[in-house]
Design a protein around this ligand. Structure first.
Ligand code: ADP
Ligand code: MG
Length: 227
């Protein structure tokens, strides 16, 4: 049997601040298989973003082990880690994090900048992903010329442009109205049906209901893990 796509054991992240410390993640052990659709839930401050940042190799654990797609990311140097992240993981954030004064096409193409691909090929791939998320007619628009939902779709196109196996989304619908939330979730549903492993953080039960597994965090630990 194939090993799990994501496997963590006693994953712990302690932030040291002033004299004290915060155990943002406190010994989390779980596995996620390729193709799963997982919602991460829990109160504000329960460790959800800390967990996502570790999965996405944006941060390193204080202790414990984490394997993502067969790679032990803790033993990688910064360049190796960046290359791994770029190739394997797409990340979507609540606030879109797009570059202003930059077209949708160039925003979506950004992760390909150091790929060695020629500019025409980078644009072609970005346009294909923008078309996939329904923005084929908005390639030249800047973020300020797009609605919140459209900006989030540009961010999803950017996350997909390297064909990642894993899509991590930290409260991707937190800044969107309910109609736009439905549209963005429809995209995640479709991507998961096509085989991408989707892990999303949300406060809202109706968003979490799109996933087939719900993991609830409390005080940096897994309180519930239900399918
Ligand atoms: P959530 O995403 O569930 O709201 P976080 O993972 O952001 O929670 O935070 C978990 C805990 O870690 C909180 O108590 C938060 O204040 C603390 N924390 C998060 N990031 C940092 C940081 N960079 N420095 C210090 N403490 C942090
Ligand atoms: Mg958070």
């Amino acid at each position: 049997m194939a090993p799990p796509l994501i496997e963590c054991r006693d994953l712990t992240r302690v932030y040291r601040m002033g004299g004290g410390e915060v155990r943002a993640l406190d010994g989390v052990s779980l596995s996620i298989e390729e193709g799963e659709y997982v919602a991460i839930m829990g109160a504000s401050g329960s460790g959800k973003s800390t967990f996502m940042n570790l999965l996405g190799a944006l941060d390193r654990p204080t202790s414990g082990s984490l394997r993502v797609a067969g790679a032990a990311t803790e033993s990688m140097g910064p360049d190796q880690l960046a290359a791994f992240r770029n190739r394997t993981i797409g990340f979507v954030f609540q606030q879109f994090n797009l570059l202003a004064r930059t077209s949708a096409e160039d925003n979506a193409a950004l992760p390909l900048l150091y790929s060695g691909l020629p500019s025409a090929e980078r644009k072609k791939r970005a346009r294909a992903r923008l078309t996939q998320v329904g923005l084929g007619d908005r390639m030249d628009h800047h973020p300020s010329q797009l609605s919140g939902g459209q900006q989030q779709r540009v961010a999803i196109a950017r996350a997909l442009v390297n064909d990642p196996r894993i899509l991590l989304a930290d409260e991707p619908t937190g800044a969107l109205d309910s109609q736009t939330t439905v549209e963005v979730l429809g995209i995640f549903d479709r991507l998961n049906a096509e085989g991408i492993t989707v892990i999303l953080v949300t406060h809202e039960q109706d968003v979490a209901d799109h996933a087939r597994r719900q993991i609830v965090f409390r005080d940096g630990r897994v309180l519930e893990d239900r399918r």
